[in-house]
Design a protein around this ligand. Structure first.
Ligand SMILES: C[S@@+](CC[C@H](N)C(=O)[O-])C[C@H]1O[C@@H](n2cnc3c(N)ncnc32)[C@H](O)[C@@H]1O
Length: 261
């Protein structure tokens, strides 16, 4: 099954325009599997769908067993005719991948206007919440509050673009979140793009999940102190990233998975 999911991550998923790169896709997979293997149930939620790259990974891994709720403005590619092509491209991607979008679980609108019960009534308490919507401080503060209020006790929040210099307010928002809730939440994993946090009671569980995940063995595991906790930073050396890029650009996408073994 993992071989099938790895093929999906390195091949099929890359046909969806988007921002989830294979290392973070492998982290998503490893964390979702650790939760399922240990009976840590709940819905999955994402703010910021774009054309569905992370959404379809959630759909694939959850395999129809958990609700995957997604929130987006869906106003990109607005045509003069009034057709909104972001949403139709998202639906088309689902048809093409054989992962039909469950439209009852799609919320079209501004995430900062949502109330927690609009999420929990549709998907229950959330075990994995991906925040990748608006990238200004007010969005991150509002979205992280929404995630906190809907998260299962064992839930994870994945913050995107945490240290991207193009989006400095995301860095401030995630730092504020961790500083304000240091007693409750801790960062347990960091990648080049994302920071993963959980409640302190589950910190050891998720650190073990990252340390023991077979799909993450290719990365260097480096201890990094971040606002009151030690996170495992998964370092992905430049040489491997270059080999991966060369393979993808020269049409060897389906073989690129081997670079990350
Ligand atoms: C960087 S893209 C998300 C990438 C996606 N997670 C992926 O895997 O490819 C950001 C998305 O957030 C959405 N967005 C921006 N501001 C938002 C808001 N206030 N509420 C809901 N969605 C928002 C945009 O429409 C866009 O689709």
């Amino acid at each position: 099954m993992t071989a099938d999911l790895r093929k999906f991550i390195f091949d099929d998923l890359q046909t969806v325009e988007g921002y989830l790169d294979p290392p973070d896709a492998l982290v998503f997979l490893s964390l979702l599997q650790a939760q399922s293997d240990n009976g840590l149930n709940g819905g999955v939620a994402e703010i910021g769908v774009f054309y569905g790259r992370s959404y379809f990974l959630f759909k694939k891994v959850c395999n129809g067993e958990d609700k995957v709720l997604a929130i987006d403005l869906f106003d990109i590619d607005q045509q003069i005719s009034g057709d909104v092509t972001q949403y139709s491209r998202f639906l088309d991607n689902g048809e093409r991948l054989g992962l039909k979008v469950d439209e009852d679980l799609i919320i079209k609108g501004d995430s900062t206007q949502l109330r927690p019960n609009e999420i929990t009534e549709k998907a229950g308490r959330i075990r994995f919440f991906s925040i990748d919507g608006g990238h200004m401080l007010r969005h991150v503060l509002s979205d992280s509050m929404l995630a906190t209020d809907t998260l299962a006790d064992h839930g994870i929040i994945a913050f995107d673009d945490t240290f991207n210099p193009a989006w400095p307010e995301v860095t401030v928002g995630v730092s504020d979140f961790l500083r304000d809730r240091q007693e409750q939440f801790a960062a347990f994993c960091m990648t080049k793009y994302k920071t993963y946090v959980c409640r302190r009671e589950f910190y050891d569980f998720y650190r073990d999940a990252i340390n023991n995940a077979a799909d993450l063995m290719a990365f260097d595991h480096v201890e990094t102190e971040f606002l009151g906790s030690k996170a495992i930073r998964l370092h992905n050396p430049m040489t491997r990233r270059m080999v991966y890029e060369v393979m993808v650009r020269s049409g060897m996408r389906s073989l690129s998975e081997r670079v990350y073994r």
